[in-house]
Design a protein around this ligand. Structure first.
Ligand code: PEP
Ligand code: MN
Length: 338
């Protein structure tokens, strides 16, 4: 941590800051210039609240130089984490594709979608059975009945399943049907839920919160890593900004930023990030170019009548065409799709 003193800080104030830092267990290094005094406080304290120093008399600014997350950091683990789920890798040389409808709507619908997903060569089928809807009057998902349908469809076509868990009580219900638990954007800081998922022996995809900084997102991953689950992937799904022409603003740069800060795989979700069908393929292509380790794409064969997120669902043909384009982009950066 670096503490910058005000230009007019008195010796008493400077000494006061030094003794507080020492009291908190930091080793202190003082650099006195003609105008400014800067104090370097050395000591690894990831949970130290810098406001304790910021409020002291004579202090102008405080900067943290080490990140508050440890297990999620690139320093902790220099090599990329590669998650292997029944032979499907996420975070390795290949880019994994997760595709399927927003909601599981019926046995027949998820079966038809699974067929398309398998045809594209993708290995992971998505579909929500417990839906975090903005309105209590919207379709809330088929629950366990839907989980049975998605598992059966995935098994039929040799696919893995990813589905969302919204609360602790659903973990046990979902467990036998899924390979990856999805934590939705609205639950990224549901610490009770994510702590519990840290004890689960299945992979977790943690979506970025609607208004979460990258650091807050990584801190949520840290919770699960600290509880013992190492198979954590992060999913950029767009953040809330002042822009209204898209549903969310896709933070493409989060992909290289997370790769630099963390060893965890990054999934891009251009469907929720844009919310508009014709914006999904360009952002999917950009995600691969930016280094995403996996993509999550929503598809539907009758989007006008979809139970949720129809406007962002790709039609099967558009989706199949997109996958072919993604293969070319992946090759250009030395990767493969699937
Ligand atoms: C979803 O994946 O269907 C979903 C609800 O995502 P998010 O949490 O990113 O809104
Ligand atoms: Mn959706």
């Amino acid at each position: 941590m670096v503490v910058i003193l005000k230009n007019n800080a008195t010796d008493d104030q400077i000494n006061g800051v030094i003794s507080q830092l020492e009291k908190y267990g930091f080793q202190v290094n003082v650099s006195k210039g003609i105008q400014k005094t800067i104090i370097g406080a050395i000591g690894v304290k990831p949970d130290f609240d810098t406001r304790k120093i910021r409020i002291l008399d004579g202090v102008s600014d405080v900067y943290r130089v080490t990140a508050p997350f440890k297990l999620a950091s690139r320093e902790f683990n220099e090599d990329n984490t590669v998650i292997n789920i029944k032979g499907v890798e996420i975070g390795g040389d290949s880019v994994a594709i997760m595709a399927g409808p927003c909601s599981i709507e019926s046995e027949d619908q998820i079966y038809r979608m699974a067929e398309i997903v398998a045809k594209s060569g993708a290995k992971i089928l998505r579909g929500g059975a417990f839906k975090p809807r903005s309105s209590p009057y919207s379709f809330q998902g088929l629950g366990e009945e839907g989980l049975k349908y998605i598992k059966a469809a995935a098994d039929e076509f040799g696919l893995l399943v990813i589905t969302e868990v919204m609360q602790i009580s659903q973990i046990e219900t979902i467990y036998p049907y899924t390979d990856i638990f999805q934590v939705g954007a609205r639950n990224m800081q549901n610490f009770a839920l994510i702590k519990e998922l840290g004890n689960v022996d299945k992979a977790i995809m943690l979506k970025r919160g609607l208004s979460a900084t990258i650091e807050e997102w990584l801190m949520s991953a840290e919770y699960m890593l600290a509880s013992g689950n190492k198979d954590i992937m992060l999913c950029e799904r767009g953040i809330r900004t002042f822009e209204t022409y898209t549903r969310n603003t896709f933070d493409l740069s989060a992909i290289p930023v997370v790769h630099k800060k963390s060893h965890l795989p990054v999934v891009a979700d251009p469907s929720h990030a844009t919310g508009i069908r014709d914006q999904v393929p360009p952002m999917a292509r950009a995600s691969i170019a930016a280094g995403a380790d996996a993509l999550m794409i929503e598809i539907h064969d009758d989007p006008a009548n979809a139970f949720s997120d129809g406007p962002q669902a790709l039609l099967p043909d558009t989706y199949l065409q997109l996958i072919e384009e993604l293969k070319v982009i992946a090759t250009a950066i030395g990767r493969k799709i699937n």
